[in-house]
Design a protein around this ligand. Structure first.
Ligand code: EPS
Length: 392
């Protein structure tokens, strides 16, 4: 099974990742990881930091002659902000004593990990919480998950996402969202993300893209921030990934966990999701057909998952991201030291990270799908897995 761990702080020297459980013989180079890392950095609404970070993951172990060796793969990614923005970090990293002149951050931002993180770990300074809870960590997540994504691609499974709503701006109705989604699955997920990448808000509709940009501009001026909804499509999925036999084997449950475990995510649905709750059964379930070769479904309202298992139809996931808690226009908070009621203080941030978060969401579900695939067709090497997969 593929497992990964990331380490590193937002303004520390680097992010590190370890990915284990990748079968031997998978073609893998730094260039394979670079594609999605670069995509994650593009998007309207991003903050100043993305102008100078150039995320490149260096592979330090587990790969030889461009192929995995079956052992742990370690990745390294430098933070350019380490030089540019000291944040007190270079000075205090390897000292046991508290350095003079390093200002403590004591104003927790509503909606952020700041206050609870400081309470939980008994910090009198929010800085350590900010550093590790920051979405900077998603850069290494995309790199680690890029390996699982490369594995899935090898077996014809592609993942692609696009934005369907930013703030109030989005497709006019559920029917429209569904129609867009139905057309997209015909194109295959790789084409979906490549087409979405043509828009700097990652929306496939040009008119909507322009409105979304205006909405972000408006909230930037107002000193606020924006979230939204995205859709992720997975194509090429074989029947039977996941299982109905135990709660923790269910593919939809695992996908939901991966999405909600991503910074700022507040909601997830699969297929008709919440819409299924508003409709009677005959308008929700997908009728079963057979084309002489295989069972099919006449529609894909279940979003490719029935009973916690992939049913061979494309998997459709929608995720909701909240607006970023760091805003130019302050909210009320309480100083952790003086207990004085005051305003939050602004730190450099993105106004809307949703277009970039789509790439993170595409990435985090890759290990989930790869593991469900390995559970069914698993082996120690790619050639062994290929043999099992061909028998399907
Ligand atoms: C982030 C704050 C900003 C973002 C950062 C996430 O960084 P900074 O505080 O240095 O301006 O740019 O995202 C990234 C650096 C990234 O690579 O995604 C936060 O507080 O979560």
């Amino acid at each position: 099974m593929i497992r990964y761990l990331t380490a590193g702080e937002s303004h520390g020297p680097a992010l590190t990742g370890i990915v284990e459980g990748v079968p031997a013989g998978l073609p893998l180079t730094e260039d394979h990881l670079a594609e999605h890392l670069a995509r994650r950095q593009e998007g309207y609404g991003r903050g100043g930091r993305m102008a100078f970070e150039k995320d490149i993951a260096t592979i330090n172990s587990g790969v030889r002659f461009g192929k995995t060796m079956g052992g742990p793969i370690s990745l390294y990614m430098a933070n350019r902000a380490f030089q540019k923005d000291d944040a007190g970090w270079p000075v205090v990293m390897n000292k046991e004593i508290e350095a003079d002149g390093i200002e403590k951050i004591t104003l927790p931002r509503p909606g952020h990990a700041d206050l609870v993180g400081a309470q939980k770990y008994r910090f009198d300074d929010i800085r350590p919480v900010i550093e590790r809870s920051s979405a900077r960590e998603t850069a290494m997540r995309v790199a680690c998950c890029g390996i699982a994504r490369q594995f899935l691609k090898h077996f014809g499974i592609e993942i692609g996402g696009h934005v369907i709503q930013i703030g109030e701006v989005g497709y006019s109705s559920w029917d429209e969202v569904r129609k867009v989604s139905d057309t997209l699955v015909q194109r295959g997920a790789e084409e979906v993300y490549k087409a979405a990448d043509q828009s700097d808000v990652r929306c496939l509709d040009d008119a909507l893209s322009a409105q979304m940009r205006d909405e972000i501009k408006k909230q930037r001026k107002a000193g606020s921030s924006l979230g939204g909804i995205y859709e992720i499509i997975v194509t090429g999925v074989p029947v039977g990934l996941g299982s109905y036999t135990h709660w923790d084997n269910k593919l939809d449950g695992k996908i939901a966990q991966a999405i909600l475990a991503t910074q700022a995510m507040k909601g997830v649905e699969i297929g008709y999701g919440f819409e299924a709750a508003r409709n009677p059964g005959h308008l929700v379930h997908d009728e079963i057909t057979h084309d002489g070769k295989a069972f099919q479904r006449s529609t894909n309202r279940s979003g490719g998952i029935e009973g916690g298992m992939s049913n061979g139809m494309p998997i459709i996931i929608r995720g909701a991201m909240k607006p970023i808690p760091t805003m130019l226009n302050p909210l009320k908070t309480v100083d952790m030291h003086s207990l004085e009621v005051t305003n939050t203080r602004y730190e450099r941030s993105d106004v809307c990270a949703l277009p970039r978060a789509v790439v993170v969401a595409e990435s985090v579900i890759a290990p989930v799908l790869a593991n469900a695939f390995l559970e069914k067709f698993g082996g120690d090497s790619i050639s062994e897995i290929e043999e099992k997969f061909k028998q399907l």
